[in-house]
Design a protein around this ligand. Structure first.
Ligand code: MC0
Length: 141
């Protein structure tokens, strides 16, 4: 079902500080930035590896407001790993299979993710405290 680790999502208070920090530390390049109102974040994607089944990235997440998933996370736990995201070829099939297996989904159907990907979150309660995202990349990504 899983094709790659698509990204590791890291909660940060400030993208403008975190992007150059990561670029410098690992010689990475920020290849995309986007605001996702529904998810309450501004995000930056730093390419780690461009693989055959899609890229792998570090995703830096700055909350748009305090009352958002990343805003609440920062207030409670401080900066750090917020979620892990796995690539899938067919997110509808993956969600159907997880539903049959009884996993608690936050998104029962896919929603808009970075670069027009289709994404869905699985509740951290269902996976040992790890907020997990599935990503079906848009064609060409
Ligand atoms: C909260 N909890 C987490 C967590 N956030 N556990 C692990 N990892 C996280 N990131 C835990 C809390 O510690 C708490 O545990 C319980 O969940 C409830 O926390 P809460 O602060 O009351 O928060 P809720 O219940 O309002 O929401 C938690 C939930 C939410 C995971 C359902 O954050 C959510 O819907 N997340 C999915 C969307 C999201 O994260 N979007 C931002 C990234 P205890 O044990 O104290 O009960 S968007 C993104 O990444 C995009 C755009 C993309 O990739 O393209």
């Amino acid at each position: 079902m899983l094709t790659r680790i698509d990204h590791v999502g890291i909660a940060v208070p400030s993208l403008s500080e975190a992007i150059p920090h990561y670029e410098e530390a690992f010689n990475l390049k920020c290849v995309h930035q986007e605001t996702n109102e529904r998810q309450g974040v501004r995000e930056a994607m730093l390419l780690v590896h461009a693989g055959e089944t899609g890229g792998s990235y570090v995703q830096l997440l700055e909350p748009l407001r305090e009352d958002t998933p990343v805003g609440k996370f920062l207030a409670k736990r401080g900066p750090g790993i917020h979620h892990i995201a796995y690539g899938v070829d067919n997110i509808d099939a993956a969600l159907a299979s997880l539903t049959v297996a009884g996993f608690e989904l936050i998104n029962k159907t896919p929603v808009h993710g970075t670069s027009n990907s289709r994404i869905a979150f699985i509740h951290p309660r269902a996976l040992g405290g790890v907020l997990t995202e599935l990503v079906e990349a848009a064609a060409g990504h």
